[in-house]
Design a protein around this ligand. Sequence first.
Ligand code: E4P
Length: 217
Amino acid sequence: MKFFVDTADVAEIADLAAAGLVDGVTTNPSLVHRAGRNMLEVVAEIAAAVAGPVSAEVVATDAEGMLREADVLRAIAPNVCIKVPLTAEGLKACRRLSGEGTKVNVTLCFSAVQALLAARAGASFVSPFVGRHDDVGFDGMALIRDIRRIYNNYGFGTEILVASVRHPVHVLDAALIGADVATVPPAVLRQLLRHPLTDRGLEAFLADWAKTGQTIG
Ligand code: E4P
């Protein structure tokens, strides 16, 4: 499973990328707002720092407007992936952009049939939001299981990009189900590394090593 980082914070992305934890990046208008930066500049910096796809979201709600914005965004760098909402207009834009060879991430997916429509429109990625689904009393991971099954049934190449990830168990479940990608906030990505027994074990090894009085090299 690939890891994308879900942030518009360039410093965080650079740090995580240096640890080999970043196969791509997803942004959205809220994350750009949180970064407090100009969107086009931020997307350009991220796309230069990361080789994989960098999702940049349109904000027009009609297909023609989305396509105009997509032209601006995809001109930034070849690895910019256009994010469109899962609406009829978004799917129209998706069909056009995908037909032109541009990668499209269809976002705000909350049902398996919506994901089926995104795949039929030629999306490179579909983003089901597991955390927000859980928040309203549904099982976000059941959605991922259903989408996986439907895509396998028909051989769709659209990648399932698990979004709205809130904790490491979301990542574990996504991997067990066979999702293609999880987009993970930086803090959760760091949490994946940690285990108290790793810390305790390392402390004990270092304490015993100090008692040997030896050095390596
Ligand atoms: C990413 O593509 C999504 O926009 C993001 O994961 C949404 O996460 P949130 O529900 O924590 O805002």
